[in-house]
Design a protein around this ligand. Structure first.
Ligand SMILES: NC(=O)c1ccc[n+]([C@@H]2O[C@H](COP(=O)([O-])OP(=O)(O)OC[C@H]3O[C@@H](n4cnc5c(N)ncnc54)[C@H](O)[C@@H]3O)[C@@H](O)[C@H]2O)c1
Ligand SMILES: [Fe+2]
Length: 383
């Protein structure tokens, strides 16, 4: 299974395509790349393999691995220092969503004169950026979840305000993506599950967002079918490259689809990630049924249509049953207490959730009272 796609950017898809990384750098105009990744991944043989590929092509083996899961503005600042000190002319963003986002942000922000927060994804803030100094990016995902490799935004925590912010610019879209499922075979089952559920939630929230965007909806429903059919296989056997490949496609599809909007699952999940440092996709998976059930009056018809495509009977209740079973088979905890959330900060989180940029995409407008209730339900496991 190999293919070259040019939507939404150039994507070289297939097992073994990582060998083409030097060609990707050349095509993107990068002669001295900085590979941006996280410390965990940097210590694995897969990273050594990629550095060897670069080395053999005389592209050096420069690496910055100071990226945290739920990356911060401090990670970005140190990364920009490394980029400048090394005289680099482009970035290879290598890893899960965290490393991809920081890699993209380094390439975007390194030569800007304004603070990164000036380019938050609000209105036309992105036009404030100097597009001419944005460095080229090659993205190489090693998880199948966020789809950040095909996205035009980077998510980073503002550590002063303790909020995740989305920074947007059209030129943050990587010039070339190498989507090679071989790179994901070492992903442990629980990370496979959490990241895969992130892709599913992207598709589902995008599909349900109350805006008119039939193209995104079409992509979203097929993305969910791929997750339904292949995530259990990738979870059970990490070396199932066919399943890994379909999951990589589903992840990219989720990110393409969510230009239509996201919703309450992400709105509730973002504050939890910032305050409790939980994994993003896992957190989404935990909150999914609570938000889904709350949204029922607004999405029932759409979910019925979706269920037909996915081969799930029993109307909305049948879909809910599917979600609950799917989650538990993937080892996802049912209550937020099981991922370390307590009741201490519910009011603060509810206030953060309603102003999260994803909140506007929820099919039923979110209020602090609604979010407080949903946080409380998730804590007790009371859908
Ligand atoms: N830009 C976007 O559009 C977008 C969308 C959704 C989420 N995000 C962001 O992405 C981040 C989450 O990304 P993620 O879910 O991919 O997790 P991650 O990047 O934080 O990685 C999770 C863990 O998996 C490990 N890992 C990655 N690849 C591996 C591999 N092949 N083998 C073994 N271990 C591997 C990493 O070292 C890390 O410990 C969050 O910060 C979230 O906010 C961004
Ligand atoms: Fe997400």
């Amino acid at each position: 299974m190999q293919a070259n796609w040019s939507y939404p950017t150039t994507i070289w898809f297939g097992a073994g395509r990582i060998e083409g990384l030097p060609d990707a750098c050349r095509d993107a105009g990068i002669r001295k790349p900085l590979l941006v990744t996280d410390a965990g991944l940097a210590a694995l043989p897969v990273t050594e393999r990629v550095l060897d590929i670069l080395d053999r092509a005389s592209l050096g083996r420069s690496i910055f691995s100071g990226v945290d899961s739920n990356p911060t503005d401090q990670n970005l600042a140190v990364g920009i220092e490394a980029f400048k000190a090394g005289g680099h002319d482009g970035v290879i963003a290598f890893g899960g969503g965290s490393a991809l986002d920081v890699g993209k942000l380094i390439a975007f922000q390194a030569e800007q004169t304004r603070a990164v927060w000036d380019f938050e994804d609000i209105g036309d803030y992105w036009t404030r950026a100097n597009a001419d100094v944005i460095k080229p990016i090659v993205a190489v995902p090693t998880t199948a979840g966020t789809g950040s490799e095909v996205g035009r935004a980077g998510v980073v925590t503002n550590t002063v305000e303790e909020v995740k912010k989305v920074i947007f610019h059209p030129k943050m879209l990587p010039a070339i993506v190498i989507s090679d499922p071989d790179l994901t075979v070492g992903l442990p089952p629980h990370v496979t599950a959490g990241t895969g559920m992130d892709a599913f939630v992207h598709c589902l929230e995008a599909y349900c967002a109350p805006t008119y965007h039939p193209m995104s909806e079409g992509i979203a429903v097929e993305g969910m079918r791929l997750v339904k059919d292949y995530l259990p296989r990738a979870y059970a056997d990490g070396t199932d490259v066919e399943a890994r490949g379909h999951m990589m496609s589903a992840a990219a599809m989720g990110a393409v689809a969510f230009q239509k909007g996201l919703g309450g699952v992400h709105s509730l999940s973002h504050p939890v990630g910032v305050l409790y440092h939980t994994h993003h996709g896992l957190t989404n998976a935990v909150y999914l049924p609570y938000v889904l059930n709350f949204n029922r009056p607004a999405i029932e018809d759409k979910v019925n249509r979706l269920s037909d495509w996915l081969g799930i009977g029993g109307g909305f209740a049948g879909f809910m049953d599917f979600v609950m079973k799917f989650r538990s088979e993937l080892g996802i905890p049912h209550s937020s207490a099981e991922i370390g959330v307590d009741g201490e900060q519910v009011d603060r989180m509810a206030a953060m959730a309603v102003v999260d940029p994803t909140a506007g995409g929820n099919p039923i407008p979110l209020t602090e009272a609604i979010c407080t209730d949903l946080y409380g339900r998730a804590l007790l496991g009371n859908v």
